[in-house]
Design a protein around this ligand. Structure first.
Ligand code: SF4
Length: 484
């Protein structure tokens, strides 16, 4: 929702429950041994007598799994949250196990664990909290091998998520020369052209979105309501009655320059072509023209920068893999350092996509060097998409619910953005940072499992170092980690 620019308003995303519209398999199977349950009831009747029927009929589950007409004889597993209260008290009667059907959601990268998390965030807008402590692994491959350091107790902890102290999640996108040079007419040769987005989370172009009017409208409306950007192919714009500046048309280098019924804040050129870049600049003089290209292509980065490009949107595949097989974390770090080493980092904006599928990946990607991320597959999962096998590239198949109500979809994406923003605020608050822009490239806030293990165990004979991305142990290497 647009606000009167002259008035102060505190950024806020309105959340509301938006439950699933398509029944997904329950997360858990509730296995009740009925003969043991009958025996337990008989024992309690004998022990307590009919006068204590409230004891006999009490259920061990506050979530209502055993509160159907015939109680535990017909449990309702879709209500089970896996707290294990019942099986702790009655291990001989009930067992709770993960549902294999639910485990099939997602794919080998966007695993059922991430699907469950994103689905919860999109349905509620809340931060997932796991009670009784985290009992999972504390390390792993890819993003799991990077930890954020919040132990700087000399800095005061901020309190952003509860709203008592404001932490800014605003990021700048645009052209920021490091100094102003003026021409003979007294005008700046390269004037700054920057606009702000109140959270470092954009909606990337989704595969096959142009064939889905409902999906297009949901992305556009959600982007408008949370005041971010939705990247859409030009062909999808026909589905919008009133495109707003929150839309970023993505134009392929081979495409003709589109005529647009609105003035976009940004236009994205998909693939480097100097002539196409010039054409877009001329056609949209008020807009920032960004370049979309895969991570890892340093020659093109240099050429495009020399030609005037200042906003780069770098992409990996949906599993976070670069064309040369490295992981997206390596690509982010490389692009960031590419401009740092040339003294140009503040002159450019780096956006990134691919493999960023959880709230914690956003601050990690910013620490590695991005200004903002453009998310892709989490948007689909938030709208209850199911992948048909591995989902790595835009051509891979997925299926959304047949009926996609616009209000529901917009709320799901708003909830997801609100939950991820709250988790970003938690990270910033714990680090004592008041502004997400201060986090960019702040590698002092990152620790890498591989480095720590090398420091601790490197001198021990037989130590095998994990590779950064594949997880396969290799002979110990003394080379510095690629993302450092
Ligand atoms: S695990 Fe918890 S939520 Fe599930 S049935 Fe048992 S008590 Fe209920």
């Amino acid at each position: 929702m647009r606000h009167d620019e002259s008035l102060y308003h505190r950024y806020h995303i309105e959340t509301r429950d938006a439950p699933d519209i398509e029944a997904w398999p329950p997360r858990f199977q509730v296995k009740v041994r009925r003969h043991r349950l009958a025996w337990l009831l008989l024992k309690e009747i004998f022990h307590y007598g009919p006068a204590k029927k409230e004891v006999i009929l009490s259920r061990p589950c506050v979530y209502g799994v055993f509160s159907g007409p015939i109680g535990g004889f017909a449990p309702r597993p879709h209500l089970c949250v896996g707290c294990l209260r019942c099986t702790t008290q009655y291990p001989d009667v009930v067992q709770i196990v993960p549902n294999p059907e639910r485990q099939k959601l997602g794919d080998s990268y966007f695993t059922a664990h991430y699907v469950n998390t994103v689905a919860y965030e999109a349905a509620t807008g809340r931060v997932p909290v796991r009670g009784a402590g985290y009992r999972g692994r504390f390390g792993g491959q890819g993003w799991d091998g990077m930890w954020t350091d919040m132990s700087e107790i000399v800095r005061p902890t901020r309190d952003g998520i509860h709203g008592r102290e404001y932490i800014s999640t605003m990021v700048d996108i645009g052209v920021r020369p490091d100094h102003l040079a003026f021409g003979p007419d007294g005008q700046p040769v390269e004037p700054p052209r920057v606009f702000g987005v109140p959270l470092p989370l954009l909606f990337d172009r989704l595969p096959q979105v142009e064939a889905n009017p409902a999906l297009t409208r949901i992305l556009a409306a959600a982007a408008r309501e949370i005041d971010t950007l939705a990247l859409l192919p030009v062909a999808a714009l026909a589905h919008l009655a009133e495109p707003t500046p929150h839309i970023v048309p993505v134009v392929r280098a081979t495409e003709t320059v589109p005529r647009l019924p609105f003035a976009p804040r940004m236009v994205e050129l998909d693939g480097w072509d100097p002539a196409a870049y010039q054409r877009l600049q001329q056609a949209f003089p008020q807009s920032i023209v960004a370049l979309r290209l895969p991570f890892g292509d340093r020659p093109t980065l240099a050429a495009a920068f020399a030609a005037g490009v200042r906003v780069f949107h770098l992409t990996a595949d949906y599993h976070g893999q670069l064309p040369d097989g490295r992981f997206v974390m390596d690509g982010i770090r490389e692009a960031h350092l590419f401009f740092v080493e040339k003294g140009l980092r503040d002159a450019v904006t780096l956006l990134g996509s691919g493999g960023i599928i959880a709230a914690e990946h956003v601050p990690k990607a910013i620490i590695l060097g991005l200004d903002a991320v453009a998310i892709d597959t989490p948007l689909l999962v938030a709208l209850q998409a199911r992948f048909a096998g591995e989902f790595r590239r835009p051509g891979d198949a997925y299926r959304l619910p047949k009926r996609l109500p616009e209000g529901w979809g917009v709320q799901r994406l708003k909830n997801l953005a609100a939950s991820w923003r709250d988790q970003l605020l938690e990270v910033l608050g714990a680090m004592g940072l008041r502004d997400v822009r201060r986090l960019r490239g702040e590698m002092g806030r990152a620790m890498f499992q591989k480095d720590l293990e090398r420091e601790a165990f490197g001198e021990i004979e037989g130590y095998l170092e994990q590779t950064a991305t594949s997880g396969e142990p290799t002979a110990a290497s003394r080379e510095p980690m690629a993302v450092r």
